[in-house]
Design a binder for this molecule. Structure first.
Ligand code: SF4
Length: 448
């Protein structure tokens, strides 16, 4: 089975499907045309039919059997998550379809929201009915609101959903999609910043103090198909441990990033369609985005696309970002730019972020551009990572240290070259996408 690729934000898929569901890998993207014109309600119903009326127990059982996990970043089993919201019900829960997609290198949620909004909204409807929710909220960046608003209005006119859907704008921040940050935005309290959750999670105490299910939009789109075609169909692609497909945003392989849908469990070399010779022009592969980790090319090529394999390599599939770094680029300047961006995105609430990330940013910048001034070499950077890890109220600092540690490991030759011969003179780049961040003065020094 081969993955399905598109150019830039475009995808081109024409996979056969029938009443028993799409055959093969393109599932979510099956039939989406190359221009990503929004699939309207008529076309959506013609393609997929209406959602079947499923009881709560039966959809929860199907989700358990399907083995679907969350595609927002954590890869947590969806059936377990939904059951925990249902268990904690003292009030009717709230469903949040989370399309905030703060990760700069990811574009798959944007593709779904613009092209296939009804698949996402179907998944939210299934969740609302399974959990007896009182509200459904779609949490998306400003640019996605027109497409989703028009889809919500279409469904309203058609009388499709029993629970009305609201739309809340997600701030343009890296952490906006973190589940407590999404809840804070919706509650209009400390928007886009994670909370100190203590022992209570948003599943118990979330939007309006109600139990809240925050589920990524790709996950909800998979739910919409499982509700129609069942768990056995879902498991026809992928491996028994990692069933189904995943949307990946691939950067660095083609002139523009592409979004592809790939079966889980397939070796990355096959997913990317790379020959061994082509793989040799890259110095490393970043999996999971800026909270993920770098993997050496030789290992990445044989690594199956599963969360377990990614974790064994010190990474994660995360939100499905795959970035390849060409050999002629200065990897350390790329890593430094990303760390600087991540430092600027910290919420500034806990010590590891306020002090730790600023220090790490400074050390990586020194290693990249003024290595002779780096006191203590990489051991000092690693000791700094030790001090930060596990100390934040959210996982942001841990994501940054994973990114840094993996870079020091995978680019160790380049690190040695900087330390012994000085910064390299490569003028190629920048390669990894970083949004423009307002220049601010913080703690007496300027951040980019
Ligand atoms: S660890 Fe950082 S990003 Fe997370 S809550 Fe604390 S200050 Fe905010």
């Amino acid at each position: 089975m081969s993955p399905v690729a598109g150019r830039g934000r475009e995808v081109r898929t024409s996979q056969p499907h029938n009443a028993l569901g799409p055959v093969g890998a393109p599932r979510l993207l099956a039939g989406l045309d190359s221009a990503i014109t929004t699939v309207g309600l008529d076309q959506h119903l013609e393609r997929w039919g209406r959602l079947p009326a499923l009881g709560s127990a039966s959809i929860l059982d199907e989700l358990d059997r399907s083995g679907l996990r969350g595609h927002g970043g954590a890869w947590f089993p969806v059936g377990t998550k939904w059951r925990s919201v249902k268990r904690s019900v003292t009030k009717r829960p709230v469903i949040v379809a989370n399309g905030a997609e703060g990760e700069p290198a990811s574009g798959k949620d944007r593709l779904l929201l613009d092209g296939l909004p009804h698949l996402v909204l179907d998944g939210a409807t299934v969740a609302a009915s399974a959990l007896g929710a009182s509200r459904v909220i779609v949490h998306v960046p400003a640019a996605r609101i027109p497409a989703i608003r028009s889809a919500v209005e279409e469904r309203r006119r058609f009388g499709l959903d029993s629970v009305d859907t609201e739309i809340v704008e997600a701030p343009d921040r890296f952490l906006a999609g973190q589940e407590s940050a999404a809840v804070n935005t919706i509650n209009n309290r400390n928007p886009g910043r994670p909370s100190f959750t203590g022992t209570r999670t948003v599943r118990e105490w979330g939007v309006g103090a109600r139990p809240t299910l925050v589920q990524n939009v790709e996950t909800l789109a998979h739910v919409a198909l499982i509700a129609r075609f069942g768990s056995d169909w879902f498991r026809r692609v992928g491996t028994p441990e990692s069933p189904g497909t995943a949307l990946l945003t691939v950067t660095g392989l083609w002139p523009q990033p592409r979004i592809i849908e790939a079966p889980l469990g397939l070796p990355l070399q096959q997913v990317l369609g790379l020959s061994t010779e082509d793989a040799g022009i890259f110095q490393g592969l970043l999996l999971g985005g800026y909270g993920g980790g770098w993997v050496p090319m030789a290992e990445a090529m044989v690594m199956p696309l599963t969360e377990e394999a990614a974790r064994e390599h010190g990474s994660s599939i995360g939100p499905g970002v795959v970035a390849l770094l060409p050999s002629q680029v200065c990897s350390l300047s790329e890593v430094s730019r990303v760390v600087s961006y991540l430092e600027s995105q910290a919420a500034g609430q806990c010590g590891p972020c306020v002090n730790g990330l600023a220090g790490l940013d400074h050390s990586m910048e020194t290693l990249a551009f003024h290595p002779s001034s780096l006191r203590g070499g990489t051991s000092r950077i690693l000791a700094h990572c030790d001090l930060i890890e596990g100390r934040g109220a959210c996982r942001h600092p841990d994501g940054v240290t994973r990114f840094v540690r993996s870079a020091l490991r995978v680019f160790s030759d380049h690190v040695a070259s900087h330390l012994h011969r000085g910064p390299c003179r490569s003028r190629i780049g920048p390669c990894l996408p970083i949004p423009t961040v307002r220049r601010t003065v913080r703690q007496g020094r300027e951040t980019k």
